[in-house]
Design a protein around this ligand. Structure first.
Ligand code: MN
Ligand code: MN
Length: 419
């Protein structure tokens, strides 16, 4: 079929420029289904304009969301929206940086986890604070200095760079500051969908709402010495770039000594958990990152055409952040319902606990994303490991597959395919 004909334009094949063979190879369609779709297209009269959209539309958003605009034949029924771009979130601007958040208020399905994207300039400070949710962070850009004290009051100060993580348990007071030359940008993930970065216990806010005479008595200083304290919260503010790390560590430790807990994790210093020719996955949970008691993660990289295999997570909802590239994900939501949505850099995705899904790199660049779980441990089960560890006659009786096909299924959970 020549490209650009009216018919080509309105068949799914032509619209996406993805052949049925490619979809079949990706496990989206059985060979029978692919052939069926072809026949269906061939039989359609030239006047079938069922998928056309002559009225007003947002062409840019339609083009960025082909699987919503022109659903796959396998999609069906109402599945709660599981995508929210950070680009839609309100950006709260300050001298020294900005922040924006995607919580259950923006993405209704995301009840278990919420995320914040934050930028701090060199010297810019996310002020000393804490909150009741646990905080897990991924460095997206630049360098930062983080500080906290542990539950014994012992100090922790370190510098982090792109790819590094940190974790602050609930109630542990902490700060983040951008370093030279250009500060930092990072992602925060909280184990509560209802979390708000704008409702945390801030040092300046607390002091502004404490009587000055009480504070003077508390510190054993004069009220006059407290006159210049801020009267409202700072949240993010511009300060000088801090001095050498070792000096900050030494002074903060004082007589108590440094905390024995490592609140940071150097992801790229660890080997990948699984690697194939189509990509790699790094799993980080409390088995390797000890302090991360309530949030587990995987950093996934897929080369073009790569597929994060059909799988599910028995233990927790999955919160995703797309660091780079283009993807599509289908979530099968039971009862004959399934939906495919498209993702790109800066998007948040969400999959409810135990619902089957896959993620496919649909772009021509590397796809990188985070999978986050409210759990001390990472857990997944793959379709292929289920089917290859169940009596084959039983599987064959369900799916009408011949022995050769069954024997060919991967037996060792490749995670990323093709292997
Ligand atoms: Mn925090
Ligand atoms: Mn998953």
């Amino acid at each position: 079929m020549p490209k650009g004909t009216e018919k080509d334009r309105w068949t799914r094949r032509g619209f996406l420029g993805v052949g049925s063979a490619a979809l079949a190879a990706a496990g989206m369609l059985s060979a029978k289904g692919a052939a069926g779709q072809g026949q269906e297209s061939a039989q359609k009269p030239k006047t079938d304009r069922s998928r056309s959209d002559p009225g007003p539309t947002n062409a840019a958003l339609d083009a960025a969301n082909p699987d919503s605009n022109n659903p796959l034949a396998t999609d069906a029924g109402g599945v709660q929206t599981f995508k929210y771009p950070f680009s839609f979130a309100h950006k709260r601007l300050h001298q020294g940086g900005w922040s924006r958040e995607v919580t259950v208020r923006e993405l209704a399905v995301s009840k278990a986890l919420a995320g914040v994207n934050m930028r701090l300039t060199a010297g810019g400070v996310r002020e000393l604070h804490w909150h009741t949710a646990a905080e897990w962070a991924y460095m997206l850009y630049g360098t930062a200095r983080i500080t906290c004290i542990d539950s014994d009051g012992k100090s922790f100060v370190t510098d982090v760079k792109e790819g590094d993580l940190w974790y602050f348990p609930p109630g542990i007071p902490h700060s983040i500051q951008g370093l030279a030359p250009d500060g930092t940008e990072f992602l925060l993930v909280f184990d509560d969908g209802n979390f708000s970065e704008y409702e945390t216990v801030l040092l300046s806010d607390w002091m502004a709402h404490t009587p000055r005479d009480v504070m003077a008595k508390n510190f054993g200083v004069s009220q006059g010495a407290l006159e210049k304290m801020p009267r409202k919260e700072l949240f993010i503010f511009q300060a000088e770039v801090p001095g050498p790390l070792a000096e900050d560590q030494r002074i903060a430790a004082g007589a108590l000594g440094v905390s024995p807990i490592d609140f940071a994790f150097r992801t790229m210093q660890q080997p990948p958990t699984k690697r194939s020719k189509s990509g790699e996955v790094r799993v980080i949970d409390s088995s390797s990152f000890k302090v991360a008691a309530n949030i587990a993660a995987a950093v996934v990289t897929l080369r073009p055409g790569g597929l994060r295999e059909l799988h599910w997570h028995p233990n927790a909802d999955e919160w995703q952040f797309y660091i780079g590239g283009k993807a599509r994900m289908t979530v099968f939501a039971t009862g004959g319902r399934a939906r495919t949505m498209d993702f790109e850099t800066g998007d948040v995705g969400y999959v409810l606990k135990a619902l089957p899904h896959y993620i496919e790199n649909t772009g021509n660049t590397e796809l990188k994303f985070l999978e986050m779980f409210k759990s001390s441990y990472y857990q997944d089960l793959a379709l292929s490991e289920w089917l290859t560890h169940t009596p084959p006659e039983l599987v064959a009786a369900h799916l009408n597959l011949d022995k050769t096909t069954l024997d060919a299924l991967p037996k060792t959970k490749p995670v990323i395919v093709p292997e």
